[in-house]
Design a protein around this ligand. Structure first.
Ligand code: COA
Ligand code: AMP
Length: 633
């Protein structure tokens, strides 16, 4: 039996033994009573009764264990021309001091804190300081509009919000503070205080009595130590798009998370303590939580916080510059970032300017890695390019080529095999397990391994309905795909109304809620259509109210602005087509999936439940007129 098979088999047949062994890599304040608590299925909890502190494991233990002078964090910001390095000792100094600030503001174990910050070191410090005092952080991505922030404020009910005065998006200055003020105004829940980090870029105006200055607080703060928490206590909430306007608050606990992420660094990514690891993502996404902040620090690596893009900051050589300048061994980003480089520098001329000899492997995730991008990246870098599949909910990869265990030959289009701990199955609509090469719904047999979501924030019922009830005994991923005869998993895309735009997960249902409020729109549907650069882009189909005689371009602009103002620029909602009616089933369900296939020029079968087959013909005609209907349009 190969090394991978050995580990995978043990992880399924003796999950408790496997994860008890892995937990030895983490420092525990008190050992667990049970590795896996199975007393309340389908809710499973790892390391029940155990106590630890995630911040201690990510920072203090490395200072105590001989890494005090090793660089923990490199802040590389081409948009502000800054490079700043923090050793583990310096990081501990900042984090323990900011934890003191939190304590002085009455933030205690179990309190929620929202962090709405750009990619600056203070965001990482704030996250770790929350972990240090046992508070539950919820980071909100900066590309979301105030309304989205307000929804999260009302759901998480934070005692405190931490933010910054602004950021630079390539060349555009974004003021965060007015957006924060607007969100708090809209939200029903009001935080007691806001801590604002004033950047040199822009000065935020402060509200007396509510807003406090980060630097002033830090100057007089007293460092505090780590508060032990239960392994099963929440570390963070991360909101992610579901199929409705209300995002899902994915909960991550402390114990399982620390064990799984620590394990993943060596076994999946093949990274050792002391190595430089770079995830070019954003702290507002799960990749940022897991692989910019927690996993590299739990492992004693050097992590990079990059405030820039793959292109435009300043050019398509940005990634190669960072890799060579900071001696990155392993990098992680989204395929779309590589497609953006390929578009600007198709022959890869920029690579020649940098020494990438120390670079070992590129990991890609966030969306399907299309074979073209795979081949381009691989031919250019001549290093392993590894597609791996996961979700906000799982927090770490479900399928991957596990570089630290055993590498398999790469099959473009597949994210290789299930990672130990994830018992991946393909099901048909009735929940029957399908055989090799049969395409169906991707599910994972329970229990999920440590580090995956135990529930949704204060929404156990929604957790059950969304993930566990569709197929009892399994976690339903909402992705479709198949497994081949040799166990390679091919994930083909979402089977629900979630789309993936430039590696950003978005809900078409949420966009529909916005579009439908336009005064001239009687009915609408938003679907995700293929885009060569961003993977998918939203496309709105609207039926106008009787008598509404609208110029298409004006309507398009208005709807685009409405989505931008309500959800955020990151939604990239730009295209709308006006149709006479929407194709529906006899029970009134809009046939979004079929329309998506037509827009992408894919084969589709006439749904047996369709109310009026002529409606699909009408859609085809409209799409052809506006240029949809062929792959790559
Ligand atoms: N704050 C404010 N605005 C933001 C933002 C942020 N943090 N992030 C993105 N935006 C804005 C952008 O400025 C852009 O605005 P515009 O419509 O006025 O131009 C809009 O949201 C769309 O952004 P994006 O889709 O990111 O497009 P882009 O052209 O700016 O960049 C890529 C394209 C491919 C370089 C970029 O999307 C990328 O690097 N994606 C990878 C995403 C990722 O890391 N995902 C995590 C999984 S690994
Ligand atoms: P997010 O929660 O933002 O990480 O998005 C998760 C979704 O992105 C998954 O359900 C998939 O649809 C998609 N996804 C992420 N990584 C991959 C991948 N490597 N291959 C295919 N789809 C992916």
């Amino acid at each position: 039996m190969g090394k991978y098979q050995e580990q995978f088999t043990k992880s399924i047949s003796d999950a408790k033994g496997f994860w008890a062994d892995a937990a030895d890599a983490i420092g525990w304040h008190k050992k667990w009573d049970a590795v896996l608590d199975e007393s309340n299925p389908p809710f499973y909890r790892w390391y029940k009764g155990g106590e630890l502190n995630t911040c201690w494991n990510a920072v203090d233990r490395h200072v105590e264990g001989g890494r005090a002078d090793q660089v923990a964090l490199i802040y590389d910001s081409p948009v502000t021309n800054t490079i700043e390095k923090f050793t583990y000792r310096e990081l501990l100094e900042q984090v323990s001091r900011f934890a003191g600030v939190l304590k002085s503001l009455g933030v205690n174990k179990g309190d929620a804190v929202i962090i709405y910050m750009p990619m600056i070191p203070q965001a990482v410090v704030a996250m770790l300081a929350c972990a240090r005092v046992g508070a539950v952080h919820s980071v909100v991505f900066g590309g979301f509009a105030p309304h989205e922030l307000a929804i999260r404020i009302d759901d998480a009910r934070p005692k405190l919000i931490i933010s910054a005065s602004g950021a630079v998006e390539v060349k555009r200055l974004i003021e965060y503070k007015p957006m924060l003020d607007k969100a708090i105004q809209e939200a029903a829940h009001k935080p007691e205080k806001c801590v604002i980090f004033q950047r040199n870029l822009v000065k935020a105006s402060m509200i007396l009595g509510r807003d406090l200055d980060w630097n002033e607080l830090m100057a007089s703060a007293h460092p505090v130590g780590c508060t032990p928490v239960l392994a099963t206590d929440p570390l963070y909430i991360l909101y992610t798009s579901g199929t409705t306007g209300k995002p899902k608050g994915v909960v991550r606990d402390n114990g399982g998370h620390a064990v799984a992420l620590r394990w993943s660094m060596e076994h999946i990514y093949g990274v050792k303590p002391g190595d430089v690891f770079w995830a070019a993502s954003d702290v507002g996404w799960v990749v940022g939580h897991s692989y910019i902040v927690y996993a590299p620090l739990l492992t004693g690596c050097t992590t990079i916080l990059y405030e820039g893009k793959s292109v435009g900051t300043p050019d398509a050589g940005a990634f190669w510059r960072v890799i060579s300048q900071h001696e990155v061994k392993v990098m992680f980003t989204a395929p779309t970032a590589f497609r953006a480089i390929k578009k600007e520098d198709p022959r890869g001329e920029f690579v020649k300017k940098y020494d990438l000899s120390g670079f070992q492997a590129l990991f890609l995730a966030g969306e399907r890695l299309d074979p073209d991008t795979y081949h381009w990246a691989h031919d250019l870098l001549k290093k392993p390019v590894i597609d791996h599949w996961w979700q906000t909910e799982t927090g770490w990869p479900i399928t991957s080529n596990c570089r630290g265990i055993e590498m398999f030959p790469i099959r473009p289009g597949s994210s290789t095999k299930p990672v130990p701990g994830f018992n991946v199955k393909i099901l048909d609509n009735s929940g029957r397990e399908l055989g090799p090469k049969q395409e169906g719904l991707v599910a994972i047999k329970l229990p999920l391994p440590p580090g995956t979501l135990p529930t949704l924030w204060q929404a156990d019922q929604r957790f059950l309905e969304s993930y566990l009830k569709p197929f009892p005994g399994y976690y339903f991923t909402s992705d479709g795909g198949y497994i081949d005869e040799e166990g390679y998993v091919f994930v083909m895309g979402r089977v629900d109304d979630v789309i993936n735009v430039a590696g950003h997960r978005l809900s078409t249902g949420e966009m529909e809620e916005v579009v439908s409020t336009h005064k001239d729109v009687a009915e609408c549907a938003v679907i995700g259509v293929h885009d060569n650069l961003k993977g998918q882009l939203p496309l709105g189909l609207v039926v106008l109210k009787a008598g509404a005689d609208r110029d298409g371009d004006d309507l398009k602009r208005e709807l685009s602005q409405m989505v931008r103002n309500t959800i955020g620029p990151v939604a990239c909602y730009k295209e709308t087509v006006v149709v006479k009616r929407l194709p529906k089933t006899r029970s009134g369900k809009i046939l979004r999936g079929t329309m998506r296939k037509i827009a992408d020029g894919e084969q589709y079968a006439m749904p047996s439940t369709i109310d009026d087959p002529a409606t699909l013909g009408e859609i085809e005609t409209v799409f052809k007129t506006v240029g949809y209907g062929k792959k790559g349009s």
